[in-house]
Design a protein around this ligand. Structure first.
Ligand code: MLT
Length: 275
């Protein structure tokens, strides 16, 4: 486990866990979690991906064990700030090679920002259970309302509105411990971080405007039962990315890497193995 000196970011680095030598030819994958979770959502991916890649799983600013720079209730965490943190981390790790970015939902919004603003830093991208479109006016109003309410009553409010929408039917019946872990992660996230990220997501840009400019190979992963980032919407934006491959994971809701880790890992490993 590592924390970049002088940085707010906490991250797990498979390279330092294996304590192998720095190698600029090593392929690297950076994992960006969803909202309001932590790098732990990738627990079932890290060791698998580490068989071929150096894996860096980040706690985005304010989440998990990363320090928070949102001290006032008015603060917001924009996708640009979260994205710049990722670039700073890559710089501090001296990752001179292009890396793969893999983001789920909010992590996907950050990945879209990175592909637009730092295209030369990325070899390929994996966009999981996410949206290219920005929020509708109703969506923005709802986020601002949730932000206020969370600051008033606590993170539990976010858990209450979100948990019923997160999981596929099979997950609800067969994996109660997974649901409990996700609930715990949401409850542990400070209310100020939740509110700030809601406000930041409400302001995110419409990535549909630059889909056709993404030159990297992209894997788009949807879940058949994802009601937050529906399969049809993901299929539609995937078709606008020149080198995209679209995959749907059966029996997955919004958290496909956690709900169906074996199927998820198989499609990602296949994508990563391509020349
Ligand atoms: C997430 O899983 O990161 C959230 O659903 C993102 C969002 O609220 O749009």
């Amino acid at each position: 486990m590592d924390r970049e000196p002088g940085s707010r970011l906490f991250y797990v680095d498979s390279h330092s866990l294996a304590s192998s030598k720095q190698d600029a030819s090593q392929r690297v994958i950076v994992l960006l979690h969803g909202f309001p979770l932590t790098h732990r959502m990738w627990d079932r991916q890290i060791s698998r991906f580490a068989t071929t890649h150096r894996v860096i799983a980040v706690d985005l600013r304010g989440f998990g064990e990363s320090r928070r720079d949102v001290s006032t209730t008015e603060a917001k965490l924009t996708m640009a700030e979260l994205g710049r943190d990722v670039i700073s981390l890559c710089d501090s790790l001296q990752l001179t090679q292009e890396v793969t970015v893999c983001g789920l939902s909010m992590g996907g919004y950050v990945a879209f920002w990175l592909l637009k603003h730092f295209p030369g830093r990325f070899e390929r991208a994996i966009l999981c259970n996410t949206k290219a479109a920005n929020d509708t006016p109703e969506g923005v109003a709802n986020r601002l309302r949730i932000a206020e309410k969370v600051l008033e009553v606590g993170s539990r409010f976010q858990a209450e509105v979100m948990l019923p929408k997160l999981f596929a039917h099979a997950t609800k019946t067969a994996q109660p411990e997974l649901i409990a872990n996700v609930e715990e992660a949401i409850l542990k996230t400070p209310a100020a971080t939740i509110a700030a990220a809601q406000r930041g997501m409400a302001e995110r840009d419409d990535a549909r405007l630059w889909l056709s400019e993404i030159t990297q190979p992209v894997l788009v992963v949807a879940g058949t039962e994802d009601v937050i980032s529906p399969e049809a919407e993901m299929r539609e934006f995937s078709a606008q990315i020149p080198k995209a491959e679209f995959v749907v994971i059966d029996g997955a809701g919004h958290l496909s890497p956690m709900e169906q880790p074996d199927k998820f890992n198989e499609v990602v490993m296949r994508f990563l193995a391509k020349a």
